[in-house]
Design a protein around this ligand. Structure first.
Ligand code: DC
Length: 244
């Protein structure tokens, strides 16, 4: 079977979705689109404009006038997977700041905001030949995508990976602090994070990024009933307060 034209990858923070998405897109010659950067770009703009992240109307008004562009990294040599421009300003690395991390789940949960960003994500996804990464892509944004992956890993594995990533970039990171932050993010993101009923579930503990890509490629014909591990999941549809 030839590769499906839209592949969705959902899962919790730190599960390795971006690494998998980028490797997979590169192998297939597809666009890699990490939808989390749209929510992060909005959180960055909320901080910049000193808006209260809880204020749903102000945040929705802001997102309507925000031009968020995601481009391939081009010649950049700083390890970026893409370049993100907000109203023309390169904010790629600023989106990883702790201040953005602190509020992004709050700005992302407003139904009006989600409706606007999902429409923009859908428009990009519908062009095809794309690997889309997020929390609700297979379940809500692109429910007709022919291949949906739900990528998970244990909290300990995710904390270890995040810590190593930061240290490899020359930063300092405390494993316990990062573990607590992942647990906090899981609980805030829970309302949008769930596998689509027809997602293939992969638990990546102990697997290298390339092994996960190989697993996905080998499952291009995956039967959801053969998923690696379905025990931990309630396969009910995610709640969608916006009804989109
Ligand atoms: O994947 P990430 O950590 O970059 O996501 C940033 C935030 O955006 C996180 O709080 C979850 C949210 N998000 C979302 O609600 N829906 C998506 N499709 C992608 C991300």
């Amino acid at each position: 079977m030839s590769a499906p034209s839209i592949i969705t990858i959902d899962g919790p923070a730190g599960a390795g979705k971006s690494t998998l998405g980028e490797l997979l897109a590169r192998r297939l010659g597809y666009l890699f689109f990490d939808t989390g950067v749209m929510y992060r770009a909005l959180a960055w703009a909320v901080l910049r404009h000193s808006i209260n992240p809880e204020d749903d109307e102000a945040v929705a008004a802001l997102v309507r006038r925000l031009d968020i562009q995601v481009h391939p990294p081009g010649d950049a040599t700083d390890g970026r997977l893409y370049t993100v421009l907000v109203n023309g300003v390169d904010v790629t690395w600023e989106l990883r700041h702790p201040e953005v991390e602190r509020i992004v789940s709050i700005t992302a949960r407003h139904p009006a905001v989600r409706a606007i960003l999902r429409d923009r994500q859908r428009a990009i996804g519908q062009r095809g030949r794309v690997v889309m990464v997020g929390r609700d892509i297979g379940s809500i944004v692109m429910p007709d995508a022919p291949l949906k992956i739900y990528l998970d890993a244990s909290v300990d594995e995710r904390a270890r990976r995040r810590t190593n990533e930061i240290r490899q970039r020359g930063g300092s990171a405390d494993l316990q602090h990062i573990r607590n932050e992942i647990i906090r993010r899981d609980s805030l993101d829970r309302h949008v994070s769930a596998p689509a009923t027809d997602a293939c579930i992969i638990v990546s503990d102990g697997l290298s990024p390339d092994q996960v890509v190989d697993l996905v490629v080998s499952r291009i014909d995956c039967d959801p009933d053969d998923s690696q591990d379905t025990r931990a999941y309630d396969r009910a549809e995610t709640s969608d307060p916006a009804g989109t």
